[in-house]
Each structure stands twice: as structure tokens, then as C-alpha cells.
Design a protein around this ligand. Structure first.
Ligand SMILES: NC(=O)c1ccc[n+]([C@@H]2O[C@H](COP(=O)([O-])OP(=O)(O)OC[C@H]3O[C@@H](n4cnc5c(N)ncnc54)[C@H](O)[C@@H]3O)[C@@H](O)[C@H]2O)c1
Length: 281
């Protein structure tokens, strides 16, 4: 995509963290912004910042795991701005734990925003982008957890692997059907955001009454620490996303030092050996 001024960007999970940083990056290019998020108070505060800075923006409260909410998001975007050019399916949550200890509610909660949110975003927005017949780009936020298999992170890894392959398949389908619409998959490692506090947005009906074990609490503390000590900022990730859209790059790997771990996993598969715990290397 080469033209950004007055084009329209929709960003899910846009109230906080990576989504918010992407929205600012796009706004600085003169784009009109649609912030979508489940968290109303943060959404209102973020929208106010954009409007106070003179940017054209709207906010849509939306649970991306719900088909009807994402359909309404597209309708409100078109009603406000008449078109959509960049769609970032970015909203997500990051639960951790041992794979056999997760409850059905844990799985349903994580699959909601992380997988269904991306499915709905692609399902609803791609036909609109194709029909417009103008340049467009979809960015799906996965994670390096979509390229690795890590201990204590099965739920997260399963959902993020799904996003990687969904986006790779989307790329193939787009190339066969359009020369104007493209996509990218964003795979960062740790970036300081509020992702370690994902439980804050867990819907009441998917909350778990299971008391947290010592091990759960230690794991949560470990995640919080890892996220806080991430050396690449949300703004740097947003720059990488913008560059990838402009330069038509598919894989957005923001943390170069993680690449040997990805290579090790690929080698494990090709050499048919036991999976390496790349966290221990
Ligand atoms: N921060 C990291 O270290 C990191 C690394 C790799 C990938 N990611 C991914 O980046 C994306 C953004 O996360 P972040 O790090 O900015 O965290 P964050 O918690 O700061 O932002 C996530 C946003 O998603 C929103 N959200 C959660 N569930 C939602 C739902 N059902 N519908 C709509 N909005 C919902 C939250 O309210 C929040 O504003 C996620 O997909 C996450 O998995 C983050």
C-alpha cells in the first residue's frame, strides 16, 4: 500500500498496548482511525487523546470473539468514513498454564479474541476490501508463540499458531484473487504492554472459580516480569507494522534475537527429533 492520507484504519484491541501504538502510527500518516476494543473506559480515554490531537477517529466498543460485534464494527466504520483500507486484527489475551490443567472456560476464553476475533475480522472485512478495488492491507497479530511451542504456554501457542497459518492461507487466497489487497502476520516477542493483565477483560460467563495455585501465581509473575522487561517498545512494533504495509512484507518479526529459536524448532521438525525447549537455550 502506498497511499495513506485520508485512508481508513480499523484496529482491534486499539485502546491499549500494540493496537494503540499502531493507531498513533497510522494517524501520523494522516489516516482516519477506528479504535475497537472491549474495554470501554480505556477506549473512551484513548479516543479522547486522538480527538484532542486533531485526528479523525471514532471508537467502537466490540467483543471481537462475537460475530455480530465485528459485523457491527464494519457497519459503523463504513457509516462514519465510507471505506476501510487497513484492518489490524490485534485484540488478544495471554493466559498461561499447564496444558492439562486448563478448563473448558479457559480454552473458550482464549480462543475467543485470539482465534475467532481474527477469523471474524478476516471474514467480515476482506470482502469489503476486495469489493472496494482499492489498495488494502490486513495485519493479523500473532506472536513468536505462533512460531514456537513453549512450556506453560499451550493455550497461547495454540491460538497464535492458528493465526499464523490462517494468515499464510489468507495470503495465498488474496494473491490468487487480487492485486490490491495484501496481508501480514505480526509475530513479536515480549513488548511492555498490559498483556499480562489480560484477565481484566475476561467475560463473566467465562470466568473460572478454580483457586489459583502457587505455581499459577509464580507463572503469572514470571509473565509480568518478562513482558515488562521487553526491550522493544510498542511504538517500535507499530513502526515495523507500518513499514510492512508500505513495503508489502508478510512476516513481521520484530525481535531478531528470537530467530535462532524458530530455526531450532524448524530443524526439530525436519530432523524428526524431540522438540527442543528453546526457553532453556
Ligand atoms: N505484549 C507482548 O509481549 C505481546 C507479544 C506478542 C504478541 N502480542 C499480542 O499483541 C496483541 C495486543 O496485545 P498487547 O500486548 O497490546 O496487550 P494489551 O492488553 O495492552 O492490549 C490488548 C487489547 O485487546 C483488548 N481485548 C481483549 N479482549 C478483547 C475482545 N474480546 N474484544 C476486543 N478487544 C479485546 C484489550 O482490552 C486491550 O485493549 C495481542 O494479540 C497479543 O497476544 C503481545
Amino acid at each position: 500500500m502506498k497511499e495513506f492520507t485520508n485512508r481508513v484504519a480499523v484496529i482491534t484491541g486499539g485502546a491499549s498496548g500494540l493496537g494503540r501504538a499502531m493507531a498513533w502510527r497510522f494517524a501520523r500518516e494522516g489516516m482516519k482511525i477506528v479504535l475497537a476494543d472491549i474495554e470501554q473506559t480505556t477506549l473512551d480515554a484513548t479516543l479522547k487523546e486522538f480527538q484532542d490531537s486533531g485526528h479523525e477517529a471514532i471508537a467502537v466498543q466490540c467483543d471481537v470473539s462475537r460475530a455480530a460485534d465485528v459485523e457491527a464494527l464494519a457497519e459503523q466504520t463504513l457509516a462514519a468514513f465510507g471505506a476501510v483500507h487497513v484492518v489490524c486484527n490485534n485484540a488478544g489475551v495471554a493466559p498461561g498454564g499447564l496444558v492439562w490443567e486448563h478448563t473448558v472456560k479457559d480454552w473458550e476464553w482464549a480462543m475467543g479474541p485470539n482465534v475467532w476475533g481474527v477469523i471474524h475480522g478476516v471474514r467480515v472485512f476482506t470482502p469489503i476490501l476486495l469489493k472496494q478495488n482499492t489498495e488494502g492491507h490486513i495485519v493479523n497479530t500473532a506472536s513468536v508463540a505462533g512460531l514456537l511451542s513453549l512450556p506453560g504456554m499451550a493455550l497461547y501457542c495454540v491460538t497464535k499458531h492458528a493465526v499464523v497459518t490462517l494468515t499464510e492461507c489468507l495470503h495465498h487466497d488474496l494473491v490468487e484473487h487480487s492485486d490490491k489487497v495484501r496481508c501480514s502476520v505480526l509475530c513479536p516477542a515480549y513488548v511492555p504492554t498490559r498483556i499480562a493483565e489480560s484477565e481484566r477483560n475476561r467475560p463473566a460467563h467465562l470466568r473460572d472459580d478454580r483457586p489459583k495455585s502457587e505455581q499459577d501465581l509464580r507463572r503469572e509473575e514470571g509473565l509480568r516480569h518478562a513482558v515488562e522487561s521487553g526491550r522493544i517498545s510498542a511504538d517500535q512494533v507499530a513502526d515495523a507494522v507500518f513499514d510492512a504495509i508500505r513495503d508489502e512484507r508478510f512476516y513481521i518479526l520484530t525481535h531478531q534475537r528470537i530467530k535462532p529459536a524458530i530455526e531450532t524448532r524448524m530443524q526439530d521438525i525436519l530432523l524428526e527429533r524431540l522438540p527442543t525447549n528453546t526457553l532453556k537455550r
